[in-house]
Structure formats: structure tokens, C-alpha cells
Design a protein. Structure first.
Length: 230
């Protein structure tokens, strides 16, 4: 029994040793990592606008009027209505038992803007509109995936340059790549970049506002690669 176990162990050891020899026979390589980072201005800014009926001088301001005033302000801001989407429609009963005629209807839109300047213009035009709430919910970039791919290429080039410099320091040079491995990184923290609240009450109509500045989107790329040493 012992001799059989010993035989199996020897076979396994020989197999592993042979595989290692085949893997590294005549191949000396260097493994390095490369990193790249870039900051970009967001050009997709998603804004949530809430319209809610309310009482003024003991009379209810109807949702239809609020809606018309909002759409007029959107037009005056030079923003295409096609960028507007209806998010939700509902009613606030306030407390249980209130009749439908006493409830306050609500409509929530989502609007896609392209810059902080557009947002500033919109807020200015909404100064006379009784908007319940307006908030930036998310920012992004229309070519984010392309930019991330370009950054990965730069990271790989950085890894190659590093490998070449290290090899030259010992009188060698690098050859063809044996392995390239990329790491997926979250492009940017959505909640931190979009953590911007805008209140129309903040605009008093006294003059032009400064364009709203958003934190730039930081994208990163990391690549690990192996190169032959010649």
C-alpha cells in the first residue's frame, strides 16, 4: 500500500515538474503594472423637477397651471422639450381621510442637460415658477466607454515603458507580451459627483448667476502585463 502511494506521489511530482519546465523553458519574463487617470467635464446632467399643487390665498394652484408655467420656462431657457421625461404622477393626501378634491396632485419630470451653464439658465427661468423641488440626481459623459478604453491603452503603454526601462537597467530588452490583464474600476462615485441640490428660491432675479460648476469625473485604468526578456 505504501509503495503504491509513493508511486502515485512520484508520478504527480514528475508531472508538475515537467509542466513547469514546459512553461518556463527558454522564457524569461518581466511582469509590471501600468496606471492612467483622467478628469473630464460631465456633459450629461440629469435633473429631477417636482411640481406640486399648493394653496395660495385659500385657492388651490392647479397642476395644469404649474405644468404650463414650467414648460414655458423650459422653452425660454432654449431647452428642447424632447429631453424631458415624465417620471411619476401622484397625489399627496396629506393625511388619511382627506377627500380627493382636497388632495394635492404632483408631477415629477426628469430632464437631461448638457452643462452647468444650461442648468444655471434653467434655474433663472424657473425663478417665477412655483416649482416644488429641483435636484441634480446623476451626471455622466456621453463617450465614457470610449474614454475608458483610451485610458486602458495608455495604462498598457505605461506598463510597456516601465518594463522596457527595467530591462534596459540590466542590459536586456523586452519582447512580445505574454499576458495582459485589465482591472475594472468604478469610473467615478456617482453620489459624490451628483451631490448637488438646486433651489429655485435661491435666485432672486437681481442679475446673472455664475454657471453651476460640477466636480469633474475622474476615470482610472489599471493594467498588468508580462513581457518576454531578451
Amino acid at each position: 500500500m505504501k509503495s503504491r502511494i509513493l508511486f502515485v506521489a512520484l508520478v504527480l511530482f514528475s508531472t508538475v515538474a515537467f509542466a513547469q519546465q514546459e512553461l518556463f523553458r527558454g522564457e524569461h519574463f518581466i511582469e509590471v503594472s501600468g496606471n492612467a487617470q483622467q478628469e473630464i467635464e460631465p456633459n450629461e446632467i440629469y435633473v429631477r423637477i417636482s411640481l406640486l399643487e399648493f394653496e395660495e390665498n385659500r385657492a388651490k394652484v392647479a397642476l395644469e397651471k404649474l405644468d404650463k408655467d414650467f414648460l414655458d420656462a423650459l422653452k425660454n431657457a432654449g431647452i428642447d422639450k424632447k429631453r424631458l421625461e415624465l417620471a411619476t404622477v401622484g397625489a399627496d393626501l396629506g393625511k388619511l381621510g382627506r377627500k380627493d378634491k382636497d388632495s394635492f396632485r404632483e408631477k415629477v419630470y426628469q430632464l437631461k442637460l448638457t452643462s452647468g451653464t444650461e442648468l444655471t439658465t434653467l434655474v433663472e427661468k424657473l425663478g417665477a415658477v412655483k416649482v416644488n423641488d429641483i435636484a441634480v440626481t446623476r451626471v455622466s459623459h456621453s463617450e465614457l466607454e470610449k474614454l475608458r478604453l483610451d485610458l486602458k491603452i495608455k495604462a498598457l503603454q505605461a506598463a510597456r515603458d516601465k518594463a522596457d526601462a527595467l530591462a534596459k537597467s540590466i542590459g536586456a530588452s523586452i519582447g512580445a507580451p505574454l499576458m495582459i490583464r485589465e482591472f475594472e474600476n468604478n469610473p467615478f462615485p456617482m453620489s459624490e459627483v451628483a451631490n448637488v441640490m438646486v433651489r429655485t428660491q435661491a435666485y432672486d432675479g437681481s442679475g446673472a448667476q455664475e454657471p453651476t460648476a460640477f466636480r469633474k469625473i475622474t476615470i482610472q485604468a489599471q493594467v498588468t502585463a508580462q513581457f518576454l526578456i531578451k
